[in-house]
Design a protein around this ligand. Structure first.
Ligand SMILES: Nc1ncnc2c1ncn2[C@@H]1O[C@H](COP(=O)(O)OP(=O)(O)OP(=O)(O)O)[C@@H](O)[C@H]1O
Ligand SMILES: [Mg+2]
Length: 257
């Protein structure tokens, strides 16, 4: 299973990605959690300590390795370099482990094609492609609001794209834009996850704004989840109701894909 989680800023993507990583791992799957958000904080949600987090070097900052593999000096633009660098040893060498979950932090990735096409972005894109297409593990990508990083070649191999939506028109507007983009780049299975909903009425109002987006499930708004973020705890250690809602979503996802 290769899963990408996206949605407007602050809607609860990273928290959901952490909970799903835990649920897969508890059910015996081998999981690689991948932080694809330049403003990376997946590690915190997975329970890494501040010291561990301070010592993380994102993949896009591995200058020597990237130079060696792409054949180009990092920081240069416009030169010749390999768009197909060797990456298959990178997950083993650079994952960080927390309990049974393995984490890769990608760092800043330029959107290929429009911005700079540089060795770092070629390397990260090739690594994402490797993770999504060539690995047997469950791979969970915590994305930012865009899905451009994936690129067409990789995107169509993602088994499901989850779009997190909160009770507000702005997040459903972002969801609509993501759904459109996903269709353009060939992702077939796009599902909405409603997060922080407290009333059925809110669910109905938001559903009506995105009628063609199948909804996997609804997650409540829980003080425990905020408390987890405040104290740097994982949601599975302090927010049982949240975990129950996400487990329900996980079951639906399994039967849908
Ligand atoms: N169901 C929920 N109930 C209460 N609080 C929640 C819930 N889901 C997420 N939160 C809180 O909302 C905040 C944002 O969550 P999170 O960091 O997961 O969002 P994000 O979409 O990854 O944000 P960003 O776009 O900045 O990466 C956090 O403080 C988190 O604890
Ligand atoms: Mg996030």
């Amino acid at each position: 299973m290769k899963l990408a989680i996206t949605g407007k800023g602050g809607v609860g993507k990273t928290t959901l990605a952490s909970a799903l990583s835990k649920i897969y791992s508890e059910n015996g799957y081998s999981v690689i959690a991948v932080d694809v958000d330049p403003d990376a904080n997946f590690a915190e949600a997975l329970g890494f300590s501040d010291d561990e987090i301070d010592n993380i070097t994102p993949i896009s900052h591995l200058k020597e390795l990237i130079s060696e593999r792409t054949g180009a000096e990092v920081g240069t633009v416009g030169g010749m370099f390999s768009l197909n660098p060797k990456v298959d040893d990178v997950p083993e060498r650079f994952v960080l482990k927390k309990e049974d979950i393995r984490l890769l932090v990608m760092g800043t990735v330029e959107a290929g094609g429009i911005g700079c096409i540089c060795p770092e972005s070629a390397f990260v894109r090739r690594l994402l492609q490797h993770l999504v297409i060539e690995r047997d593990e469950v791979v969970i990508l915590d994305m930012e609001a865009g899905i451009e990083h994936l690129g067409r070649a990789t995107a169509k191999y993602v088994d499901a794209l989850l779009v997190v939506i909160e009770p507000g028109k702005r997040s459903s507007q972002t969801a609509r834009a993501i759904k459109k983009l996903a269709a353009e780049i060939g992702i077939e299975k796009v599902y909405g996850v409603m997060n922080r909903f407290t009333q059925n009425e809110q669910v109905e109002i938001i559903k009506a704004t995105i009628p063609d987006l199948p909804i996997l499930g609804v997650i409540g708004d829980y003080n425990d989840v905020r408390a987890a973020d405040l104290s740097g705890s994982t949601v599975w250690s302090v927010a049982p109701d949240y975990m129950k809602d996400v487990t329900e979503i996980w079951r639906k996802l399994k039967s849908a894909s």
